[in-house]
Structure formats: structure tokens, C-alpha cells
Design a binder for this molecule. Structure first.
Ligand code: NAD
Length: 339
């Protein structure tokens, strides 16, 4: 393989352009060679914006293109497993947005195809590459704050996605909190035994029609005995609210939101700052670039990927357990989730 990885990008919706920008400008060893979207206007607009010469319609056309070394799957979640299986069979390396699927059987089918083909697969748990969260992980892993006892993850979007997005996304636990389930495992370096989840519809009654929640709180218990919470809302009026705190036996470590500037305005009665970054495109660009950089290096240097198959599967088990817990109003152990 040449020393440049030629990517084909599938899906030019919300996240597609974020990865297109990374591939076009931020990873020297990668090029964005082709883009496909069922919506041709979107594909064309993305291609023009990033100077991509080859514009296709379906993900399968990208996979069939012999000039493509790797695919970046940015289409809706319910398309991922089939695209992974096809890409693996075609010998393409795969960067795929989270989650692989809402079904464990489909995840296992995709992971088996990847293992059989011997290609690399990395799932888009970008927050692992954020410098704040990496520092928290380092503090826990090195013992800097002692043994972790309690943690809190706050993860709130500024506004909800369109209601049409919700059903194929799997709902708040599988679509949104799956990032935070991954963060909980990553930051503590431990596995969760049990979750207890509560969900509510407090932002938009349309979520109830879609059999979903827009607000959720989950309590987790780890094997070590550590306990913690994850708090999600689809609406935070002041911007993207992304914070973490871990209390350990020797101290605590906490992150704040990120802001477009560091200005503090001091008036007669109030001292204030501007609002935090609005959403994931503004808050996490560095981590989106770093995850694709890491994936590209894993392929070109034949190194293990930073987010393993197990890492892509376990947060889905946690999300399924949280869904069950919220429906049955009781704590659910991970080993209750078998399919
Ligand atoms: N890591 C993150 O922070 C993050 C953020 C947003 C979305 N996501 C994930 O990214 C995925 C896409 O989400 P989105 O919000 O960008 O969705 P979206 O609906 O905005 O965009 C998806 C695009 O894929 C196209 N598409 C659908 N099927 C296709 C196919 N077979 N071939 C080619 N194009 C196809 C659609 O026409 C659409 O333009 C989801 O799995 C979601 O969970 C991750």
C-alpha cells in the first residue's frame, strides 16, 4: 500500500463534513478521494467544499472502487453493519461512526467479517482523543487522585435533532449516551456491572411519539465498586455542556466546558463569560482530527487501533441495559443483556 491512505467517505449529513474536513486538511498521510451520499446535492456540495473529484451515490459504490483503501462510514447507524461487512469483504480498512449497530447480533456479524478479512476497524468514539478527557484518564491510570470512588459525566446537547433522526438512531441511550458509556469505561479503566436508568420527556413532546426520551439519568456501578452518574439532556440553552468529575481516595479531577474565548466581563453587579462552544463540531474538532489521524497511522504502520471491537460493543450492551432499566424501573446487570 502507498504511504497515503485514500479514503472514500459515505454520508454527507451532519458528521460527514466534520470527517471530510479532517481528511482534506488535517491528516497529511490521508486523502479524501471520493464521497457518496444518497442525496446527490449533499454529496456534490461536500465535494465542492473540499475539492473531492469523485462523487458517487451509494456506500456500496465507494466500497467497489478499487482506488479506495479505506472507508469513513458517516451514514445513519442502521446502515453501518452491512457497509462494514461489504467493506471488509472488499479488503478496505474501516473507520465507522458510532455505534456499529443497535443490535448485538449485527455488531458481532460486523466484527466477525472484519476479523475474517484482517482489515482494521475503528469506531468513532472521538471523546477518547479529547485533551481534557485524556488528562482525566491519565490522572486515574497513574493513581494521581488515588482510587476512583465516584464520578459524574454531564453531557447535554444545545438542541434536539429532528424527530425523523430519532428512530433509526436507537434513542437517547444508544445514540447519545453511548458516548458517555464509552467515556465511563475509558476514564475508569474498568467494566460496569450494573446500571439503573431513568428517562423523561421534558424538552419536546415529539420524543414521546417516537418512543424516546429527551432527558435521562443513569447510575452505574463498576466491578471495582466505584459508582457514578451520567446525565443527558437533548437541550441545554447555553450551549454544549460536556463535563466530567472523578473523586478519588487522594483527590479529584474535573473538566470544565470549552469556550470560544477566555474573556471574563466584569460589570457593576455581575462577572460573566460568553457561552461555551455551541455543539460537537465546534467543541470537539481536535478529537475528531486526532481519532482519524490515529486510525490512519494504525493502518499505515500496522498498529492496533485505539478503539477495539470490544470497545465498540460494550457501550451498546450498557445502552441496552439502560433502556431495559428505564422500562422496567429497576437496576439491570450487564449479564442480563445477551442479545
Ligand atoms: N461522533 C459523533 O460525535 C457523532 C455526531 C453525529 C453523528 N454521529 C453518528 O454519525 C452517523 C450519521 O449521523 P448524522 O447525524 O451525520 O446523520 P445525517 O442523517 O445527518 O446524515 C447521514 C447521511 O447519510 C446519507 N446516507 C444514508 N444511507 C446512505 C448510503 N447507503 N450510502 C450513502 N449515503 C447514505 C443520507 O442521505 C445523509 O445525508 C450516525 O451513526 C450517528 O450516530 C456521530
Amino acid at each position: 500500500m502507498s504511504k497515503t491512505l485514500r479514503f472514500g467517505l459515505i454520508g454527507a449529513g451532519r458528521i460527514g463534513p466534520v470527517h471530510a474536513a479532517t481528511l482534506a486538511y488535517h491528516v497529511p498521510q490521508a486523502t479524501l478521494a471520493a464521497v457518496a451520499d444518497l442525496n446527490q446535492q449533499r454529496a456534490q456540495a461536500l465535494a465542492e467544499r473540499f475539492g473531492v473529484l469523485r462523487v458517487l451515490t451509494t456506500g456500496m459504490e465507494i466500497i467497489a472502487d478499487p482506488d479506495i483503501d479505506a472507508v469513513a462510514i458517516c451514514s445513519p447507524t442502521d446502515t453501518h453493519a452491512d457497509l462494514i461487512v461489504a467493506a471488509a469483504a472488499a479488503g478496505k480498512h474501516i473507520f465507522c461512526e458510532k455505534p456499529i449497530s443497535l443490535s448485538l447480533a449485527e455488531i458481532d456479524r460486523a466484527l466477525a467479517a472484519v476479523a475474517k478479512a484482517g482489515v482494521k476497524l475503528q469506531v468513532g468514539f472521538n471523546r477518547r482523543f479529547d485533551s481534557n478527557f485524556l488528562r482525566v484518564r491519565q490522572a486515574v491510570a497513574s493513581g494521581e487522585i488515588g482510587t476512583p470512588n465516584i464520578f459524574h459525566i454531564v453531557s447535554r446537547d444545545p438542541f434536539p435533532p429532528p424527530l425523523t433522526y430519532l428512530r433509526p438512531s436507537g434513542g437517547i441511550f444508544l445514540d447519545m449516551m453511548v458516548h458517555d458509556f464509552d467515556m465511563a469505561r475509558f476514564l475508569l479503566g474498568d467494566e460496569v456491572e450494573e446500571v439503573y436508568a431513568q428517562g423523561a420527556v421534558l424538552v419536546d413532546p415529539g420524543f414521546a411519539t417516537e418512543d424516546d426520551f429527551d432527558t435521562a439519568l443513569v447510575m452505574l456501578r463498576f466491578r471495582s465498586g466505584a459508582i457514578g452518574t451520567i446525565d443527558n439532556s437533548r437541550k441545554s440553552t447555553f450551549g454544549y455542556d460536556q463535563r466530567v468529575e472523578v473523586l478519588g481516595s487522594k483527590g479529584k479531577i474535573a473538566t470544565e466546558n470549552r469556550y470560544p474565548n477566555q474573556v471574563i466581563v466584569s460589570g457593576e453587579k455581575m462577572v460573566y463569560t460568553d457561552a461555551p462552544y455551541l455543539f460537537f463540531m465546534q467543541r470537539y474538532p481536535d478529537s475528531f482530527a486526532a481519532e482519524v489521524q490515529a486510525f490512519t497511522e494504525s493502518v499505515l504502520e500496522d498498529k492496533p487501533v485505539a478503539v477495539t471491537g470490544e470497545d465498540s460493543r460494550v457501550p451498546v450492551v450498557m445502552a441496552l441495559a439502560a433502556g431495559k432499566s428505564s422500562r422496567e424501573h429497576r437496576p439491570v446487570r450487564m449479564d442480563e443483556i445477551t442479545a
